[in-house]
Design a protein around this ligand. Structure first.
Ligand code: HEC
Length: 451
């Protein structure tokens, strides 16, 4: 009951302050613009100072109640408070001096008027900042950018999204900017100190700051997601959290509020992933092996020696380091395979279709570190035995064995190639049942088997 009354009186302060402002301005105007003052003018001016003092006193009283119960940044409120008090004191002194008919010299009078104006401006400005927010004065000018709250990630941070942590890089900077001025070791309003991770989780007088896994029971989340005019909305002063900051906080708490939660976890949640991509400029797509691969181009001499020897080739990337290599004759020899060993790092796609390839030849393909696509279809001499040579191709994702003589045992080898995504087994000796079993065991591999 009492606190509500105090709150009510406190809220009258912004209304009442306009009285002393209006009265003192009028009083100063009369003093300055009426040159030859008779006694009645002097009396009006004295009265003006009295009403300035009286209404100022009233405003200060309500202001004091508001300052004690509303929550403001100490730096703003103390300047406002003390310049307000100085203003009221000054108007009291001026009124008393005029009342006892103290004669003001002209320079003295001018200085008094000047100081009064200064105090009025200082008090008014900081009061305005507290009620309307910092920047309130200039923010609506056409060339001033509106202050919206965003986490700024540097270019280099954005490019290494894989190593960013949700708490450290996205949440802590926001809480530091918006909460820690009032929630730190020295000044922990509500008993809440947010500067240390553990004490933030633990919370203040009313319970857990963060309840891991449950944002809606976490006071910190609840307080920032209240409507802005709610009595308990945080921060009570300054720029509120933006939508994406609140959403990131919610997602983080939902996922266990771990200190070391990688930003890449957002890949599991398309909504958050999009939000992080749009709001923070993060690139969270999963990179393929090739996107991360940096290679030196093959030399001109190397290319020349290959081209002459029955191959055609083209580059797959603008940096001219990834090769798509195709054998063009109808009978391959061991020396043709030896010939391409010198550029084996650069061979990304390899096409050895219908060229009488056999198991012995395949052993020369066992060490092509960046080979991702291998086409050896229509080579009936290739069997399960030769396929064994391929099991160490760490980055092979597509393999075409259509029209070779591989049988069920080849599936043992193929199952070991972790990177495999697509497999063509049509027209081989592998049985439909073995294929069905393989599919069940390796759902990540797309098997094309004709029927
Ligand atoms: C201008 C000072 C100020 C700022 C800035 C501020 N708070 Fe507060 N906060 C307070 C005061 C005063 C209290 C105690 C009164 C109350 O509970 O409303 C409080 C209480 C709280 C409580 C309740 C603690 C408890 O257990 O009772 C939480 C949670 C909280 N603040 C979170 C935040 C968060 C999150 C931010 C930043 C987004 C923030 N605060 C920014 C002043 C501030």
């Amino acid at each position: 009951m009492l606190t509500e009354l105090v709150d009510f009186l406190g809220s009258l302060h912004p209304l009442i302050v306009h009285l002393p402002i209006g009265i003192v301005l009028l009083t100063l105007a009369i003093d300055v613009f009426i040159r030859n003052k008779n006694n009645s003018v002097h009396r009006v001016i004295t009265m003006g100072w009295f009403f300035t003092f009286f209404s100022g006193l009233l405003a200060s009283f309500f202001g004091w109640l508001l300052g004690d119960n509303g929550y403001y940044f100490e730096s703003q409120i103390s300047i406002h408070r003390w310049s307000g008090i100085a203003f009221v004191s000054l108007s009291f002194i001026v009124w008393i001096l005029r009342y006892i008919n103290f004669r003001f010299s002209k320079p003295f009078n001018r200085s008094i008027n000047l100081i009064t104006m200064l105090l009025l401006m200082i008090t008014g400005h900081f009061g305005g900042e507290m009620t309307h927010g910092q920047n309130y004065l200039l923010e609506n000018l056409p060339y001033v950018e509106k202050e919206i709250s965003v986490v700024k990630l540097s270019e280099s941070e954005r490019s290494k999204a894989d190593s960013l942590m949700v708490y450290e890089d996205l949440i802590h900077p926001v809480l530091e900017e918006k909460c820690m001025a009032c929630h730190n070791q020295n000044q922990a309003y509500g008993g809440l100190n947010m500067t240390a991770f553990e004490s933030m989780i633990k919370g203040g007088n009313s319970g857990a700051g963060i309840q891991k896994g449950n944002p809606y029971k976490s006071l910190i989340y609840k307080r920032v997601s209240f409507p802005q005019d709610h009595l308990k909305f945080m921060p009570p002063a300054g720029v509120p959290l933006s939508y994406d900051q609140v959403a990131t906080l919610e997602w983080w708490i939902d996922n266990g509020a771990k200190k070391q939660m990688p930003v890449t976890l957002a890949r599991k949640d398309p909504k958050i992933q999009r939000l992080l991509e749009l709001q923070y400029g993060l690139d969270l797509r999963e990179k393929t092996y090739l996107e991360t691969l940096i290679l030196a181009s093959p030399t001109l001499d190397q290319l020349k020696s290959i081209e002459e020897k029955k191959y055609i080739w083209r580059f797959l990337n603008p940096e001219q380091s990834f090769l798509d290599l195709k054998f063009t004759k109808n009978q391959i020899k061991t020396k043709d395979l030896l010939n391409i060993q010198q550029i084996k790092k650069n061979v990304i796609w390899l096409n050895l279709v219908d060229c009488m390839l056999n198991d012995g030849h395949l052993s020369f393909l066992s060490d092509f570190p960046n080979l991702t696509r291998l086409k050896i279809q229509k080579n009936p001499s290739v069997t399960s035995k030769g396929i064994k040579a391929l099991k160490n191709l760490e980055n092979l994702s597509e393999l075409n064995l259509y029209g070779t003589s591989v049988n069920n045992t080849a599936l043992m080898t193929l199952g070991q190639i972790q990177s495999l995504k697509k497999l063509f087994l049509w027209n081989t000796r592998i049985t439909p049942k073995a294929i069905a079993d393989f599919r069940a065991q390796h759902p990540e591999i797309e098997v094309v088997s004709g029927l």
